[in-house]
Design a protein around this ligand. Structure first.
Ligand SMILES: O=C(CO)COP(=O)(O)O
Length: 262
């Protein structure tokens, strides 16, 4: 069982003064048994690098260019993110797919660019409400995942983090139920098992209205490796409580692994 990973996605929020206060409330306070990361807006990466250096919380970004360098005004490369000690980058968030017209293959090429720069891409996948209600959630997931396999070989796929983020659960206060989440996480795991030799090495997260009170149930699901947290990552107390829930779920996993090994 991989260590659980809890990632905060600040989206387009923050300012220098507020960020500093948040870093001071967070740094050194998350449980040691859980991996944590914060994905910041580009202008605050230097501030995040300073604030998080020497702490266990890792730095990430929210997007990158599919290109390495050159005449791409306004773009930011994976190497530039690596320069600021980013370890993760979110790729294909549904807000980028919907608002900035990122298609499945562009998302896959961005994941490839991230890997080339030594970053772990957190690839977001998920269906809209219309797609779910039409019974097409798994078809959409399959299309999004298959695009990754068209661009990345098995060894590269094994270095991804996959985040299941149903569009209808993001920022709505309406998280998917544990049963809905487990069904899709297990579907993603099945896909990984067909494409990646060591598929258990790939961490599969859930994101969408994760709050402290729901986190324990979501993180304890058999196929959950943690969460991608939007709004609650902007409030130190909430984010730390979510990290604590991941630590508790880790202990529970350890107990069931132990029982399973007897
Ligand atoms: O989009 C998300 C994380 O990437 C989820 O956002 P919320 O946690 O605010 O619903």
């Amino acid at each position: 069982m991989e260590r659980k990973l809890v990632v905060g996605n600040w989206k387009m929020n923050g300012d220098l003064v507020g960020n500093q206060a948040l870093f001071e409330q967070l740094v050194g306070r998350s449980p040691g048994s859980v991996d944590t990361a914060l994905c910041l807006p580009f202008p605050y990466l230097a501030q995040g690098q300073r604030a998080l250096s020497g702490s266990a919380t890792m730095l990430g970004a929210q997007n990158l260019s599919e290109f390495d360098a050159g005449a791409y005004t306004g773009e930011v490369s994976g190497a530039m993110l690596a320069d600021f000690d980013c370890r993760f980058v979110i790729v294909g968030h549904s807000e980028r797919r919907a608002l900035f017209h990122e298609d499945d293959l562009l998302v896959a090429r961005k994941a490839r660019a991230a890997l080339a720069a030594g970053l772990a891409p957190i690839v977001c996948v998920g269906e809209s409400l219309v797609e779910r209600e039409a019974g097409r959630a798994e078809d959409v997931l399959l299309r999004q995942l298959d695009a990754l396999a068209r661009v990345l070989d098995g060894a590269s796929l094994s270095r991804l983090v996959i985040a299941y983020e149903p569009v209808w659960a993001i920022g709505t206060g309406r998280a998917a139920s544990p049963e809905q989440v487990q069904a899709i996480l297990s579907f993603v795991r099945g896909w990984l098992a067909r494409h990646v030799v060591d598929s258990r090495a790939v961490r599969v997260l859930y994101g969408g209205s994760v709050k402290a009170d729901r986190a324990a149930a979501l993180f304890s699901l058999p196929d959950s490796d943690g969460g991608l947290i939007g709004g609650a990552s902007l409030i130190a107390k909430q984010f730390l409580e979510i990290c604590e829930a991941a630590a508790v779920a880790t202990q529970d996993d350890d107990v069931s692994d132990f029982k399973g090994s007897r």
